[in-house]
Design a protein around this ligand. Structure first.
Ligand SMILES: Nc1ncnc2c1ncn2[C@@H]1O[C@H](COP(=O)(O)OP(=O)(O)OP(=O)(O)O)[C@@H](O)[C@H]1O
Ligand SMILES: [Mg+2]
Length: 313
């Protein structure tokens, strides 16, 4: 089973779980653990180069606060790009709360390994996903791994998942500016940049500023800010209603104002709609005909704006 191979593999590369010293060979010499580690790291760097070299654009989704909609944005950007005939991979770097499988309707599946690497799970012929939950035998088992092991797993995801040729790889992260986004940013130094998701409330904007400064500190370009749950889709007229009332012409608010102040692009607003949570739980996309129109159109505008931003790099 692939999960056991993976567990062994990253436990062996973790200092605290290092295997016992190798047996001496016929010459009586033991292989040097440092040399073995250097060889493993060199092999991993080579595989990372090979697999990432087949991917045109890499996007890293971040937020300062939890629950603002990063995973929902990741998945629906993925669906929309796939609808536009791009080939898309989605990588779940949220080790403790991997939600992409549920949002894509493939929870409980297991990934398999081939000599070329770990096989992602196909959602469509041109949309694939990889998540730690595909490597764990039990669905509800909590992942209790320390920082170095999580970092090693993320590095191995990036080096060993055999995506094939991709136009876009979108990487969903846990909230905040901890180990996982740091490892992702350091392992993919040529990423196009970060998409930072926030809510319109100051309590979320505060943390969003920190996420922008984190991206800057690790040398990651900020492609832009997305304001999620920025208002309501009216259940009667289906039109978006601003959360903080109508703004006067030219007046910037919430995420848009904060993006301007921080000197980063604003990619757009996605309204709140009652159906979104149930549709996410059922693995349904928010860009198809079943989605509330205001949300669907917002994702289309967000994707248009993102493509413009990336084309301008
Ligand atoms: N536009 C929206 N309207 C209504 N509900 C939404 C919207 N976007 C996301 N949600 C809901 O908000 C909840 C949190 O979304 P999601 O899991 O995508 O956030 P997250 O930032 O990835 O969370 P975490 O930080 O825990 O990873 C989910 O139940 C989701 O369905
Ligand atoms: Mg999430």
């Amino acid at each position: 089973m692939a999960s056991d191979d993976w567990r062994k593999s990253y436990e062996q590369t973790n200092p605290d779980d290092a295997p016992p010293p190798a047996e001496a060979d016929d010459s009586g010499l033991r292989p040097s653990p440092t040399l073995e580690r250097m060889k493993q790291e060199a092999a991993m760097a080579q595989r990372t180069k090979q697999h990432l070299g087949a991917i045109k654009h890499k996007l890293i989704v971040l937020s300062g606060k939890g629950g603002v909609g990063k995973s929902t944005v990741t998945v629906n950007l993925g669906w929309e790009l796939a609808l536009r005939d791009f080939t898309v991979g989605l990588l779940d770097a949220d080790i403790h709360g991997p939600n992409l499988p549920l949002l894509l309707g493939v929870e409980g599946l297991h990934a398999s390994a081939t000599p070329e690497g770990i096989e992602p799970i196909d959602i469509l012929p041109n949309l694939k996903v990889m998540s730690v939950s595909f490597l764990i035998a039990e669905d509800n088992a909590p992942v209790i791994w320390r920082g170095p092991i999580k970092g090693q797993l993320i590095k191995q995801f990036i080096s060993d998942v055999d995506w094939g040729l991709l136009d876009w790889l979108i990487i969903d992260n846990p909230p905040g500016t901890g180990d996982e986004p740091l490892t992702v940013a350091q392992t993919i130094p040529d990423a196009d940049g970060a998409i930072i998701v926030t809510l319109p409330q100051e309590v979320s904007l505060m943390d969003c500023r920190k996420a922008i400064n984190f991206a800057r500190a690790v040398g990651l370009r900020v492609l832009g800010v997305v304001e999620n749950m920025s208002g309501f889709v009216c259940p009667h007229c289906n039109q978006p209603i601003e959360l903080f009332g109508v703004s006067s012409p030219g007046e910037l608010r919430g995420g848009e104002k904060m993006a301007q102040e921080m000197g980063v692009p604003f990619l757009g607003k996605i309204p709140m709609a009652a159906q979104v949570a149930a549709m996410g739980d059922a693995g349904q996309s928010l860009v198809g005909p079943m989605a509330p129109e205001g949300v669907r159109e917002a994702y289309k505008r967000l994707t248009d704006r993102l493509l413009i931003e990336v084309a301008s790099l």
